[in-house]
Design a binder for this molecule. Sequence first.
Ligand code: 13P
Length: 246
Amino acid sequence: MRRKLVVGNWKMHGNRASNAELLAGILGARPFACDVGVCVPFVYVADTAVSLATSEIRWGAQDVSAQEQGAFTGEVSAAMLRELGCRYAIVGHSERRAHHAEGDQLVADKAKAALGHGLTPIVCVGETLEQREAGQTEVVVKRQLSAVIHALGHCAGEMVVAYEPVWAIGTGRTATPEQAQAVHAVLRAQLRAATSQADTMKILYGGSVKPDNAARLFAQADIDGGLIGGAALKASDFVTICRAAG
Ligand code: 13P
């Protein structure tokens, strides 16, 4: 039985006061029966590290540079994140693929850089509505995951995968548990072909996970938890989702 994992992706939200309140709400609800993490804006990683230092709640960033160090203005390296105690770095989120033109190879390089410094990359894959309607869902997610599997080689088993259908993100239109499970099964099969660790790897679902739909999603055989956007910004909602994973 895989232990479930629920990670909040705060995206570009929050301020010091609201973050402190949110983290206090999460800390106050412990213990959880699943693993819990928050991926915060870069500038709040240090504060978050202080707030969560003595807890088992994990923290991370929403992106990471593929580069080690050097003249890369605006970039943040995996080593820097690790120094601040980050456990996770999200890579390949659809918002970065769409708004920052990140392609499969760059996402794979970022995952590799993260892993190289002891961070667990949370690798996001997912199809657009247009791709789904054209029957391309499998092809798209397999292509996205394949680039990362190839880059990580024998370490592929160490990543966390997140299936996030683009059409379900921030739209309130969740994939049905069956739709999500079908894609998760495809991803699990692809991982099995690549690594002997596939059955212990976590595949998260993301896209309009809310307190009222989380339990049904998490009950699916290959859904090992969630990557939560909007509902991760309110402690009571996020905590309810974490409980649904327990
Ligand atoms: P929402 O939960 O707001 O749909 O966002 C999902 C997401 O993008 C998490 O990374």
